[in-house]
Write a protein that binds this ligand. Structure first.
Ligand code: FAD
Length: 267
């Protein structure tokens, strides 16, 4: 399916919000998951490919002209207006998706499949722990917006600096801790240390931890080793890996996940 850019808004120096409309959004089958995501296909600059395209159209293309798949969270779906909001991290001139978002203008088209997704704050726990970076902010924001008054959540988000923080809205009682990468602590340990030093609310909690692979891994290790979190019941996974393109990351991700699974045994 595909959709057209309706509006482009710079939310922070590192975040571009794009609202999509038209195209095939009439058939968009929204998910109830608050981390639901689309798998978008970014057409490289200079490619003759025109959106919407069919799988057959790709066969004749040089590899460098083929679309690059990238996953992006459904920040908001407006069912009545059939509008899909995606918040893209703008991370310089590298990458297909980030640069597409920074250059996007109304009428541009984006082809994608989905949505898929699996996390939604549990109704069974006393509170919710959500941890991540800019790339996980759309899912964290959607998750806490879904909470009712009386629910409790603790949120930890690492961004580059105060100007990269976003207002987070919720009817629940949410404590938000913003961390800034320009501190003296290595990014891999910044989030984990903040979570480790936090006094958790009483009772049972569910867990959502997503973002940069090294940062996620350090938080995961702490939660499993020191907070008795059950890995099988937690939503923890790396969205991207610093210095790796998505293609390069997907090539090594399986080995990374196997290594990560051994972290606790090795601790
Ligand atoms: C399920 C899922 C949901 C996601 N949802 C979102 C979302 O809603 N918004 C969002 O922005 N991202 C989201 N991501 C992450 C996004 O898919 C990756 O960051 C992707 O690599 C970006 O593609 P690109 O073409 O811009 O950069 P790539 O070509 O993949 O990478 C180019 C360079 O940029 C670096 N890079 C990639 N991402 C970032 C980043 N976030 N910050 C700094 N440097 C980066 C890479 O390490 C590499 O050095 C999600 C990922 C998954 C798996």
């Amino acid at each position: 399916m595909y959709a057209e850019v309706q509006t482009v808004e710079r939310l922070t120096p590192s975040m571009v919000r794009i609202v999509l409309h038209n195209g095939d959004l009439e058939n968009f089958d929204a998910s109830t998951a608050t981390d639901s995501y689309i798998n978008a296909r970014f057409v490289p600059q200079g490619s003759p490919l025109v959106v919407p395209f069919e799988a057959d159209d790709l066969e004749a293309l040089d590899p460098e002209h083929r679309p690059r798949p990238r996953r992006f969270t459904v920040r908001r779906w407006d069912n009545e207006r059939r509008e899909l909001t995606i918040d893209f991290v703008a991370h310089g001139d590298a990458g297909y998706a980030g640069t597409w978002a920074q250059r996007a203008t109304p009428g541009d088209r984006l082809q994608f499949s989905g949505p898929s997704g699996s996390y939604r704050p549990s109704n069974e726990t006393d509170w919710h722990l959500l941890v991540g970076d800019e790339s996980a902010l759309p899912a964290i924001a959607a998750s806490i917006e879904s909470l009712s008054a009386g629910a409790i959540a603790s949120v930890f988000v690492v961004v580059d600096g105060p100007e990269h923080e976003l207002p987070l809205r919720s009817n629940a009682e949410v404590s938000v801790t913003w961390l800034h990468r320009n501190s003296s602590v290595a990014p891999e340990t910044l989030l984990a240390e903040a979570v480790a030093n936090a006094e958790f609310p009483a009772g049972t909690f569910d867990v959502f931890v997503h973002g940069e692979a090294g940062e996620v891994r350090a938080v995961r290790k702490h939660l499993l080793a020191d907070r008795n979190v059950d890995a099988a019941a937690a939503s923890i996974s790396p969205y991207w890996r610093r210095t790796y393109t998505d293609e390069a990351w997907r090539e090594v991700k399986r080995d990374w996940m196997s290594e990560q699974a051994r972290d606790i045994a090795a601790a």
